[in-house]
Ligand binder design. Sequence first.
Ligand code: B12
Length: 211
Amino acid sequence: MIDEKCYKTYLTSLLDGKRSKCRDIVQKLLDEKIDLKRLYTDLFQRSMYRVGKLWENNRITVAKEHLATSITESLLSLAYPSIFAGERIGKKVVISCAANEFHQIGGKLVADIFELNGWDGYFLGANSPVEDTARFIHETQPDVVGFSLSILSNLDHLKQAIEAVRSDFPNMDLLIGGQAFRWGGIDTIKQYAGTEYIQSLDDLEKMISGM
Ligand code: B12
């Protein structure tokens, strides 16, 4: 549980670029054995959505947004000891961002939740070219593939990626997520059989536990 005081202190420190203060807050929460989904959703995601609003309304500069993003990305590694502590279950997931999609934190969090549940998570990062992603999937032979999309105008790139996977792996379980779908696109995704849209890390973990 992250109380408002903790969240506000963290957000102020993030916006001020105080990396060590942010680090201390996150480490304390980890030491208190916080559920990682709460840390990721109620601290990292919530604060980055706030950063987006402030940027959209010209209340912070692009420089501050970039700094907050970079601090957040660096703090994710603090959770690694917990993520890799559990027993491996021999399942693999590949998570990728569509081509031209530069938002990568969401996909990274998703790969971490799979790791937390004993899977080997392969996170390919931002702006992954379709051909290279398909080739990696061939090499890795995962059980599940996930794509992240934040910008709806990248939907065609996502469709190309889905179709590339589908043509070689007709029965592959495909997961799709990301903020793009706040603005539409879910009907397009539903046209692909075996492709599921997942909105939150809570829903993701429920789904993983049933796999
Ligand atoms: C940081 C940031 C950037 C950085 C990203 C760098 C990086 N290393 O990731 C940079 C500077 C590159 C960037 C660029 C742009 N950005 Co930007 N960005 C953001 C910001 C502030 C934070 C993103 C973030 O990390 N969120 C936190 C993560 C944890 O949340 P999430 O992505 O939603 O992920 C969660 C779920 O969606 C889900 N999920 C996500 N992916 C997946 C995948 C699967 C398989 C599953 C199951 C679940 C899942 O699980 C995650 C955890 O709960 C957002 C604001 C916001 N509201 O998020 C704007 C935001 C997304 N950006 C926006 C815009 C407009 C842009 C630009 C177009 C700006 C410009 N004019 O250049 C470009 C587009 C670049 C591109 N082609 O991709 C808008 C989008 C608005 C819209 N209507 O589409 C936003 C919402 C800001 C705003 N309020 O206006 N951005």
